[in-house]
Design a protein around this ligand. Structure first.
Ligand code: TPP
Ligand code: MG
Length: 603
């Protein structure tokens, strides 16, 4: 039995109504998994990354269970449908087509955070999903509002992030006559969502939204889109399921057994842990499996922090060695994409654990087990039996890791002028608390963060993911402060990246969301300029304004900031930023000649 919030704000009870499978124990997402009461103002009870994990797994199709009747237009039904999933905040930018959602948000106590660009609103919804492991909500007005959100929706699609995007839409009754912003959005977003449709019957809005949110949250997760013609909001009355019943695929025991046998027989195995381990809430199951099988772990995306960086089996700097030395790499909850050498690690055998059969790689033949990742990891740790001793391999990696950390330490302490970007991370690392949320938005500057920032808790690392869309930083920062009122929030922005959405520092100011932004300002699109120089010997379209005062932009918008030129000024500037209590941008002028040591193959 779990608590939910009725549309009138009353707490109501509902049963999760789960069909329990025999052996599988898995993480459910959202409040139905034991997250406790939902609703109330943003932040209250939403601050922890780690809420509601181990519960029972339902393996059958979603069933609606008992229903309740909601009196109210489609907007009212929609928000009432989303509340039991834990949705307490809406990210949006105003347009008359979506006012019924605002009315419902006012009535039902859903926080409205309005941004200066729909891309930011949608990125914020994605980050809120990442931080709360429940659906993020973006409400976008018809036409340009929705098309402005497409890159962020696509980012959510690539990241498997459960985002619910609600769009306004020109009236159905006049379709074809040329109403303002009359655009059929559905085909535009169909290829980057799990489901895209137009709601055509106000009395079904609650049910349709419930099913869309459940689909977004069902592994493999992802964004969904519904638009609402202006003339079908109601008045109406509709039914709503009283509970949330999420399901995930039960893994095939034989497939899990095959992976277990590979690990037991390997001398030098490694796990690479990706975002879907986090989405599944499977960090405890991961720790148990890695510990029982003695397998060193590397991390990708939201996988970072699933084991603390100082765990004896957590490794950061030696992944490159796997290609030469590992004999087995088990990739868990991440696609075998360009970030992972397309699933090839030298001569090592590769196994792939995915949260749904839909995520099985088509481009390489590897041993694959699909299904609930917590269930798979638990089955692996319970396997028992003999296995090869991995301690010499762990010791070898530990030595290599220590040597690499020593090399990084020298970089992080560099007092070169102009400033080397690594020095910024040296100063930042000394100040980051274990639950700090670190956000990356940029080229080389963000890559340095991936190499040098150590993550200690699940849900504390937000990068843009494999879609690589610059401009996510301010939206992610808005969501991070909204979801984690008392954690440090740090957005690391390249100077090029900052140009996409720094105007949304205004949103941080208006909504009183103090965060620290650090611009690694090398005056160039560094990740493009250096490779162009290396390949062509020349470059074009790679230069930005040297020394541009991005801090003045934030000051003009009502925040604060400063520019840093000398390495020893970085630390004190960060201290001022963390204690400022307002959005604060530290604009660090860095060396444009610093070339990031890049080896990944993009295509
Ligand atoms: C929306 C978008 N446009 C263009 C790119 C291509 N791109 C990738 S990295 C990069 C350079 C980023 O420069 P900056 O943010 O200044 O970081 P730096 O590499 O200089 O540290 C560009 C233009 C992209 N990934 N996303
Ligand atoms: Mg740059």
């Amino acid at each position: 039995m779990h608590l939910g919030t009725a549309c009138d704000g009353r707490l109501v009870t509902f049963t999760a109504d789960l069909a329990v499978s025999g052996a599988a124990t898995a993480a459910m997402n959202g409040p139905a998994a034991g997250g406790g009461p939902v609703g109330g103002s943003a932040g209250g009870g939403r601050g922890s990354a780690c809420r509601g994990q181990q519960s029972t797994v339902a393996t059958g199709p979603a069933r609606l269970g008992p229903v309740r009747t909601i009196t109210g237009h489609a907007g009212q039904q929609t928000l009432a449908a989303l509340r039991p999933f834990g949705v307490d905040t809406m990210f949006t930018l105003n347009g008359g087509h979506v006012w019924p959602f605002y009315e419902a948000a006012r009535d039902q106590g859903v926080r409205i955070v309005d941004t200066r660009h729909e891309q930011t609103a949608t990125f914020a919804a994605e980050a809120y999903a990442k931080l709360t492991r429940s659906p993020g909500l973006a409400v976008l007005t018809a036409g340009p509002g929705i098309t402005n959100g497409v890159s962020a929706m696509t980012t959510a699609w690539f990241n498997g992030s459960p985002v619910v995007v609600l769009g306004g839409r020109a009236p159905q009754g006049r379709w074809g006559a040329g109403s303002l912003q009359e655009l059929d959005h559905v085909p535009i977003v169909a290829s980057v969502t799990k489901h895209a449709a137009t709601v055509t019957d106000a009395s079904k809005a609650g049910l349709v939204v419930h099913e869309a949110a459940a689909l977004a949250m069902t592994p493999h997760r992802g964004p969904v889109f519904l638009d609402f013609p202006l003339d079908v909001f109601g008045p109406a009355e509709g039914e709503l399921p009283d509970g949330v019943n999420l399901t995930s695929e039960a893994p095939d025991p034989a497939a899990v057994q095959a992976v277990g046998a590979l690990i037991a027989g390997a001398e030098r195995p490694a796990f690479i842990v990706g975002s879907d381990v986090y989405w599944a809430g499977a960090w405890d199951a991961l720790a148990a499996a890695a510990g029982a099988l003695r397998v060193p772990c590397y991390f990708n995306g939201l996988g970072r922090g699933c084991l603390s960086a100082d765990h004896e089996l957590a490794f950061l700097r030696t992944r490159g060695l796997l290609k030469q030395e590992a004999d087995l790499v088990v990739v868990i909850g991440a696609p075998l994409d360009f970030r992972l050498g397309f699933g090839r690690f030298g001569t090592a055998r590769v196994a792939h654990l995915v949260d749904s059969a839909s995520q099985q790689a088509g481009h390489v033949e590897v041993t694959t087990a699909a299904g609930d990742l917590a269930a798979i990891l638990t089955a692996l740790s319970d396997r028992g039996g003999d296995r090869v001793d991995h301690e010499p391999w762990i010791a070898r990696l530990r030595d290599a890791e220590a040597a690499a950390a020593e090399r990084d330490r020298a970089l992080c302490e560099s007092d070169a002028h102009p400033i080397r970007p690594a020095r910024i991370y040296g100063e930042l690392n000394q100040r980051l608390e274990r639950d700090a949320v670190v956000i990356c938005d940029g080229g080389d500057f963000a890559s340095y963060a991936g190499k040098l920032v150590e993550v200690h808790q699940p849900g504390c690392w937000l990068d843009t993911g494999p879609y690589g869309c610059l401009g996510n930083g301010p939206g992610y920062a808005i969501a991070a402060r909204a979801a984690r009122p008392s954690s440090q929030i740090v957005a690391l922005l390249g100077d090029g990246a900052a140009g996409f959405s720094l105007m949304d520092a205004d949103t941080l100011v208006r909504h009183d969301l103090p965060v620290v932004m650090i611009v690694g300002n090398n005056g160039i699109w560094g990740l493009e300029k250096h490779p162009m120089q290396a390949i062509y010997g020349w470059d074009v379209a790679c230069d930005l304004q040297p020394g541009c005062r991005y801090d003045e932009v934030v000051r003009a918008l009502g925040g604060a900031g400063e520019t840093v030129i000398e390495p020893e000024e970085i630390g004190p500037a960060l201290d001022r930023a963390f204690s400022a209590g307002v959005p604060y941008l530290v604009n660090v002028l860095t060396d444009p000649a610093d070339v990031y040591p890049r080896s990944s193959n993009l295509a």
